[in-house]
Design a protein around this ligand. Structure first.
Ligand SMILES: C[S@@+](CC[C@H](N)C(=O)[O-])C[C@H]1O[C@@H](n2cnc3c(N)ncnc32)[C@H](O)[C@@H]1O
Length: 209
C-alpha cells in the first residue's frame, strides 16, 4: 500500500479544524454550517429576525443561515434561498438553484420575489477564491453589486441587508455605495469569523427608495 504524505498546508488545515471550537459545536448541534454561528452573533447583537418575517438567503448552501432563520421567523414567515450549487432539502424554504450573475436566472427569481414583500436580504456569498486579493475582491464586489440590485428591488423602507464582504481592494468604494442607499450602516466582525480572514459583515437598515 502506498501512503501519500500530507502537504504542510493540508496538515495546517486539519490542525486548525480539529482545534476549532465552532466546528466542535457545529458537529455537536448537528448544524449545516460553521457560518450559522456568525449569523447568530449578528442577530443577537442587532435583534434583526422576528416572527413572521420574509427573508431572502443568497448563497445559501449548505443551509446554515436558512436553518438559523427558520427557527427565528417561525411558520408564519417565509424564506427564499438560492445558490449556484444544489442544496440539501430543507423543509419550509423555497430554494432556486442558479447563478445570481446570470441575467436569465435573475429574471426568474424576480418573478417569484415580486409576489411577496421582503424584510431581510442576507448574502454570505463567496466566489471561488484564487488567493490574489485584487482578483478575489473584484469577483466578490461584482456579486455584491448584484446583491445590492436585488435588495433595492425587493426591500421595504424598513428592510435589512446583511452582506459578507472582504476588506481590501474595492471595499471603501462599495461602502460609499451602500451608505448612499441605506440610512444606517454598520460593519461587524463576529467572533466566529476567523481572525486571519478578511471577511466582515455589513448590516444595513432602511433602504432609501
Ligand atoms: C460561505 S457559503 C454560504 C454558507 C451559508 N451561509 C451557510 O450558512 O450554510 C457561500 C455560498 O455562495 C455560493 N455562491 C458563490 N457564487 C454564487 C453565485 N454567483 N450565485 C449564487 N451562489 C453563489 C457558493 O456556492 C456557496 O455555497
Amino acid at each position: 500500500m502506498i501512503l501519500k504524505k500530507r502537504s504542510k498546508s493540508s496538515k495546517n488545515w486539519l490542525k486548525r479544524n480539529f482545534n476549532d471550537p465552532y466546528i466542535k459545536e457545529r458537529n455537536k448541534k448537528k448544524l449545516r454550517s460553521r457560518s450559522w454561528f456568525k449569523l447568530k452573533e449578528i442577530d443577537e447583537s442587532e435583534k434583526i429576525f422576528k416572527k413572521g418575517m420574509n427573508v431572502i438567503d443568497l448563497g445559501s448552501n449548505p443551509g446554515g443561515w436558512s436553518e438559523y432563520t427558520l427557527k427565528k421567523i417561525g411558520k408564519s414567515g417565509k424564506i427564499f434561498a438560492c445558490d449556484i450549487l444544489p442544496m440539501r432539502f430543507l423543509k419550509d424554504i423555497v430554494f432556486f438553484c442558479g447563478d445570481i450573475s446570470n441575467s436569465d436566472f435573475l429574471k426568474k427569481i424576480f418573478l417569484f420575489l415580486d409576489k411577496y414583500s421582503w424584510n431581510v436580504v442576507m448574502s454570505d456569498i463567496s466566489p471561488n477564491i484564487c488567493g490574489y486579493s485584487v482578483i478575489d475582491n473584484s469577483n466578490m464586489f461584482k456579486l455584491s453589486n448584484i446583491v445590492l440590485k436585488i435588495s433595492r428591488h425587493v426591500l421595504s423602507n424598513n428592510g435589512y441587508l446583511i452582506i459578507k464582504l472582504f476588506q481590501g481592494y474595492g471595499f471603501n468604494k462599495y461602502m460609499k455605495k451602500i451608505r448612499n442607499i441605506f440610512e444606517l450602516v454598520k460593519i461587524y466582525k463576529p467572533n466566529a469569523s476567523r481572525v486571519n480572514s478578511r471577511e466582515v459583515f455589513i448590516i444595513a437598515y432602511g433602504c432609501k427608495k
